[in-house]
Design a protein around this ligand. Structure first.
Ligand code: S3P
Length: 439
């Protein structure tokens, strides 16, 4: 985090991607496994856990609240659950680094505890909007203080009890949905969340895996407070959001043939496959299987000529983290690609619309940012120096762009790649990307 400006990626142009790779574990599922494993009764064993800074921030937060957690060791974590009411007050603030998921989900989970706790984060996280969680939590009876701008630090004070809430989400956000469901575990009566469009449902699936009843009717999901969680084993699939960079890289680099192993293809996360296929990508879903309630498959991707498309808005929440990579695909496609309905991209780890448009323009691509998306005309990518603004996914997206550039690409401020994809540069180099990390 603090050293985020000290790593630069340098990429030589051209090449192709070949071979097989299992990218690190799913970030969203890793966070949730620590949270529910900590609150469960019994010992939860996790394999495939993402040893990235974001999920480690969640792990450390629970250690600070008295949970005994062994590992991670090669993706294995063992948690001695303390039960729903077994967390202890931490000694100091919980530092969640760059991780929006940790802060938003924990604010719900901690709103109904019997102790005060303060959540802090790095510069990027301290600018991200938190009213989307603090306002509905206040309706449940929670007492949470933020800055006047509605940002972290969040100070969560103990209250007499939370009330169930029936809430219609104003934005399609799995983080807000999950926050309220986790608060609902501690609330009197029923908590229901209705989403405007489907978002990732890992919280719902995992709650059921821990034996908690979650009721779903269409876009509305409900649970009743006061239940218990029973420990279980969790095999975390490889993160489709990390695989996405290679799905794009292999699609745009002539001669590529790559297989990504054990990738989570939950239908609330597979927008990147759908959008790339609409653009003409050659992606095969091989050996589909179910792993602990989450669909998993191997993805074989071969280079294919891409064409520009109008991205269907219903795919936006299903590919919300994959747009940096998809914008690179659009820059390599023939014709124009238009994205609309994606204003949420402006409040991610960086303003991903502006930062990607700036970077693409630096490389000579006609990219026009709009309030809620971008218009990109495919063309020849040139050389250039890119500023990632400490956003892991911006850094990785431009790294793959080198496969189709005609000169060197340098990307500044890349240390935060470790938040979601430790070992990215080595893994990418092993497949054929000409990348070096300069410290
Ligand atoms: C996440 C939900 C998404 C996503 C984030 C992880 C989650 O955020 O962008 O990287 O684990 O629930 P929003 O729910 O705010 O869109």
């Amino acid at each position: 985090m603090s050293q985020s400006s000290s790593i630069e990626f340098r990429l030589q142009p051209g090449g192709s991607l070949q071979g097989r790779l299992r990218v690190p574990g799913d970030k969203s599922i890793s966070h949730r496994a620590i949270m529910l494993g900590s609150l469960a009764e019994g010992t939860t064993e996790i394999s495939g856990f993402l040893e990235g800074e974001d999920s480690l921030a969640t792990l450390n937060a629970f250690r600070q609240m008295g949970v005994e957690i062994e590992g991670p060791q090669q993706g294995r974590v063992r948690i001695q659950g303390v039960g729903m009411n077994g967390l202890c007050a931490p000694d100091g603030p919980l530092d969640l680094g760059n991780s929006g998921t940790s802060m938003r989900l924990l604010s719900g989970l901690l709103a109904g505890q019997g102790f005060e706790v303060t959540l802090i984060g790095d510069d990027s996280l301290s600018k991200r909007p938190m009213r989307r969680v603090t306002e509905p939590l206040a309706q449940m009876g929670a007492e949470i203080n933020s800055t006047p701008k509605g940002t972290a630090p969040l100070v969560i004070r103990p209250v007499d009890g939370l009330r169930g809430l029936d809430y219609a989400l104003p934005v399609a956000s799995a983080q807000v949905k999950s926050c309220l469901l986790l608060a609902g575990l501690y609330a009197d009566g029923e908590t229901c969340v209705t989403e405007p469009a489907p978002t990732r449902d890992h919280t719902e699936r995992m709650l059921r895996g821990f034996g908690y009843e979650v009721r779903q009717q269409g876009q509305r999901v409900c649970l009743s407070g006061g239940g218990r969680l029973s420990a279980c084993s969790i095999d975390v699939p490889a993160d489709i959001s990390s695989a996405a960079f290679f799905l794009v890289g292999a699609s745009i680099a002539p001669g590529s043939d790559l297989t990504l192993e054990h990738v989570g293809i939950n239908p609330t996360r597979d927008g990147v496959i759908n959008i790339l296929r609409l653009m003409g990508a050659d992606i095969q879903v091989l050996n589909p299987r179910d792993v602990g309630g989450e669909p998993v498959a191997d993805l074989r991707v071969r280079a294919a000529p891409l064409k520009g498309i109008r991205i269907p808005e219903d795919q936006v929440p299903l590919a919300i983290d994959e747009f940096p990579a998809l914008f690179i695909a659009a820059a390599c496609a023939e014709g124009e690609t238009l994205l609309t309905g994606a204003e949420e991209l402006r409040v991610k780890e960086s303003d991903r619309i502006q930062v990607m448009a700036d970077g693409l323009q630096t490389l000579g691509i006609d990219a026009k940012p709009t309030a809620d998306g971008m218009r990109i005309r495919g063309g020849q990518l040139g050389a250039g120096a890119i500023q990632s603004h400490g956003d892991h996914r911006i850094a990785m997206a431009f790294a793959l762009a080198a496969l189709r550039a005609n000169g060197e690409i340098r990307i500044a401020d890349c240390a935060n790649v470790n938040t979601s994809f430790p070992g990215f540069a080595q893994a990418a180099a092993g497949l054929g990307l000409q990348i070096v990390e300069v410290r």
